[in-house]
Design a protein around this ligand. Structure first.
Ligand SMILES: *[C@@H]1O[C@H](CO)[C@@H](O)[C@H](O)[C@H]1NC(C)=O
Ligand SMILES: *[C@@H]1O[C@H](CO)[C@@H](O)[C@H](O)[C@H]1NC(C)=O
Ligand SMILES: *[C@@H]1O[C@H](CO)[C@@H](O)[C@H](O)[C@H]1NC(C)=O
Length: 739
């Protein structure tokens, strides 16, 4: 196993000698007329013992096969032997060379000589690269054929003459090879279609929103086609705790992924008959289908790795969320697994049931058992990644996921390597997958290496929440935290958190300055998301930097959970932390940034549950600059279990929380409605707000999955069916990180 792993690493490190895919950068059986001649000549040759043993394994195997089929005794003598041809022997045997050359000259009349010469050097003399200068070129060989051969080539006889390849024999080989090559080219083409459309369609669809669509259309379109759950009313909250229901928009793309994979697995097979490599048509068809799904499975690998990355180009070029890509990652992984299993099962069937195929021998070969390893690894990953396991034992999920993914890639790589030695470029799909993965990891590393090791300080808020302060860090966007001292042997573990603030020492909190007296500087606040479930979202608020001094940093509000967050609570002292971040919402100008007011959407309603407050704060702060006149309205509805969290957040924001229990508050010009220990009546709130607004409204929600789903359904329902008398455009933004 260690050896195999080092083989794997060396193979990856040494650069690939095949650039491209079959038909796209890697020619297969070109020119086919010449390949037809080459493969038509298989008669035994008189070889020197040296050449015969050039590839001992091959000789023994072929002789065994030959001996069984024909009962002629092949002669041998001192230093020579007549054997079925080996590549070494072919390169120096004049009869063989002349037979092939004459065939080529009569069949490939329209192929340029240069191409034939390079075919000759590459395919006919290939076995002796070091001796090629002394070997005969195609033209030289052809000039040795003084008169057209008359003896018809008979492949069961010893080739001690220059044979004439009959047109029928050539044609059968030509058809076989060009059909196989055409089929392989189709496999590559379909693989490329699956991969490229999977990567490019999200980008293309994201660009569509830059076109000048009427606001009403966009709002209706989102309500009907994009935002609602595909079926039922749940999206963020998993159905029965098992799986996530996609939204309609996600459902459309998942439908596309299924359709393209099913269609491209089923069409484009071209069958010529007779086919010299396959004894029966069912065998041929089964082999072709099996190869096709094998390639499609490979083509899906880089795509699913790409979708999974935290740092991936698709996130930067689209306005699709990481949650969406993770959902797609799971669907593609499932399809990829099905294809891999289908590929393996079909080959198993072929070797177990067709005459001439021997499962017992084949299964001894490394390519066979590494294929099994790869298939088993992907087949095990999928059930180990279901929602309940991700949720309940995240640590187990993560470590098994990483180990099995590596095993799957190694298995696939060695499967291809032992079978084809990187000749046909199948391994390039794996190179892509590894490249996307390494890229993500390197950027992660760079992100936390830039911040270095910091200390995190924990302050209790109440029984449900605590606050985590990490001084000396600026990180707009959510962050992933690694706590090396909590889990030394699981150093790779890290968890997404949001919310941040600026005060380090809890005592300093009580010195919160009065509103408006300090110079205001933007600071970042994040809301926490814990390994198990929650939402990760980012918040930016106006903060008071004046009094805080060296304690400036980020603050994270964390809801207590089992797992790593409960371990955190036991450490009252600062603990070392690596901050991987920041993952801001709009890393590139192509992503959707924070919500800000526009003439079509002047109003804002924010709905938050618990620590979800921090997910909606950036929207609130961005809406601040619009106008001093009340052009649009800004409201916040916040459901909390207990008041201490409210006070803690207000302190962090710099608002005095004088009226301890009042549920109607004002934060600057924002109307805040609290709902302590009771559910917000979301339907009533949203519908009454929307029906009084003039102009469009942006609804931002960040809270527990159930709340996010309720708001999603209410808003898109309202948007579909409109207000009582007039149409109100609504834009829905769900700030949640669900996986
Ligand atoms: C095979 O080639 C050797 C010389 O390389 C020659 O001595 C021998 O007679 C040949 N055998 C036959 C059967 O032609
Ligand atoms: C090839 O030679 C074998 C053995 O002499 C003979 O039985 C067979 O008919 C020949 N085939 C052709 C196509 O001439
Ligand atoms: C070729 O070999 C066969 C035996 O395999 C023999 O009968 C025949 O005479 C040989 N022909 C020549 C030209 O050496």
């Amino acid at each position: 196993m260690r050896l195999e792993l080092s083989v794997f690493v060396c193979l990856l490190a040494s650069h690939a000698n095949a650039g491209g895919f079959i038909g796209y950068g890697i020619p297969m059986y070109r020119p086919p007329c010449a390949h037809g001649c080459k493969s038509a000549v298989t008669a035994p040759l008189n070889c020197t013992v040296h050449d015969a043993h050039g590839d001992e394994h091959m000789v023994v195997k072929r002789m065994g096969g030959m001996g069984a089929g024909s009962n002629q005794d092949l002669p041998s003598g001192d230093g020579w032997m007549v054997i079925p041809p080996t590549p070494e022997c072919k390169a120096t045997n004049d009869y063989y060379l002349q037979t092939v050359a004459y065939c080529i000259s009569s069949q490939c009349t329209s192929v340029p000589l240069g191409e034939l010469e390079s075919f000759w050097a590459r395919e006919v003399l290939a076995a002796k690269p070091e001796r090629q200068p002394e070997l005969k070129t195609y033209s030289r060989t052809l000039s040795d054929v003084v008169e057209p051969p008359t003896q018809i080539l008979n492949n069961s006889l010893f080739l001690n003459y220059t044979g004439k390849v009959l047109p029928d024999a050539w044609l059968a080989n030509y058809n076989t090879l060009s059909n196989f090559a055409a089929t392989e080219t189709t496999h590559s083409r379909y693989g490329l279609v699956v991969f490229l459309t999977g990567a490019l369609i999200p980008i293309g669809l994201s660009f569509l929103r830059f076109l000048p669509w009427p606001t009403e259309w966009v709002s209706k379109f989102n309500a009907y086609v994009i935002d609602s759950p595909l079926f039922g009313s749940q999206h963020t909250a998993p159905i029965r705790g098992l799986a996530m229901m996609p939204t309609r928009g996600q459902g459309l793309f998942i439908g596309y992924i299924w359709a393209i994979n099913v269609i491209l697995s089923s069409v484009g097979y071209e069958v010529v008959w007779p086919h010299l490599w396959f004894a029966t048509k069912p065998l041929l068809v089964e082999s072709y289908i099996s190869n096709r799904v094998g390639i499609l499975s490979f083509a899906n690998l880089p795509l699913l790795v790409l979708y999974a990355g935290r740092n991936n180009i698709l996130l930067w070029l689209t306005n699709w969320s990481h949650s969406t890509f993770l959902l797609l990652h799971r669907w593609i992984a499932f399809i990829c697994m099905l294809q891999a299993v289908l590929h393996s099962v079909m080959y198993l069937h072929i070797y177990a049931s067709f005459p001439g195929y021997d499962h017992a021998t084949e299964s001894q070969l490394p390519y066979w058992y590494w294929g099994i390893v790869g298939t088993l690894a992907v087949a095990i990953i999928v059930p180990l990644s279901i929602q309940p396991i991700r949720q309940r034992s995240y640590e187990f999920f993560l470590s098994s996921h990483i180990l099995l993914s590596i095993l799957a890639l190694v298995g696939c790589y060695l499967h291809i390597y032992y079978r084809y030695s990187r000749r046909w470029g199948y391994e390039n799909w794996l190179h892509f997958a590894v490249a996307f993965w390494v890229f993500d990891r390197l950027v992660r590393l760079a992100r936390w290496a830039r911040k270095g090791i910091k200390r995190a300080y924990i302050t209790d808020i109440d029984d449900d929440y605590f606050r985590l302060d990490i001084p000396g860090v600026t990180a707009p966007g959510h962050v992933y935290l690694h706590f090396p001292s909590l889990s030394t042997w699981r150093f790779w573990e890290n968890h997404p958190f949001s919310v941040a603030g600026f005060v380090r020492d809890p005592d300093e909190v009580s010195h919160t300055p009065d509103v408006g007296t300090e110079s205001k500087g933007p600071s970042k606040i994040y809301e926490s998301a814990v390994a198990g479930s929650l939402q990760t979202s980012e918040v930016e608020v106006e903060s008071h930097t004046g009094t805080i001094g060296h304690g400036l940093g980020i603050t994270i509000f964390v809801r207590r959970h089992e797992g790593i967050t409960s371990q955190l609570c036991t450490k009252r002292q600062g603990i070392p932390v690596l901050v991987e971040g920041s993952y801001d919402k709009a890393t590139t100008f192509l992503q959707d940034g924070h919500v800000s007011p526009s003439h079509s959407y002047p109003n804002l309603i924010c709905i938050a549950g618990g620590v979800g407050i921090t997910g909606v704060l950036p929207a609130l702060s961005h809406f601040k600059d619009l106008s001093t006149k009340a052009v649009g309205s800004r409201k916040l509805y916040w459901g909390v279990r207990t008041m201490p969290l409210v006070h803690a957040v207000e302190k962090t924001l710099g608002f005095a929380s004088a009226s301890a229990s009042e549920t109607e508050r004002r934060w600057a010009d924002i109307e805040v409605t609290l709902s302590v220990c009771q559910r917000l009546d979301l339907k009533r709130i949203i519908e009454s707000e929307l029906s009084v607004h003039s102009g469009g409204t942006t609804v931002v929600v960040c809270g527990p999955p159930g709340m996010a789903d309720d708001v999603r359904c209410i808003v898109s329902g309202f948007s579909r069916h409109g207000g009582p008398e007039r149409y109100v455009p609504v834009k829905l933004i769900v700030e949640s990180f669900s996986w």
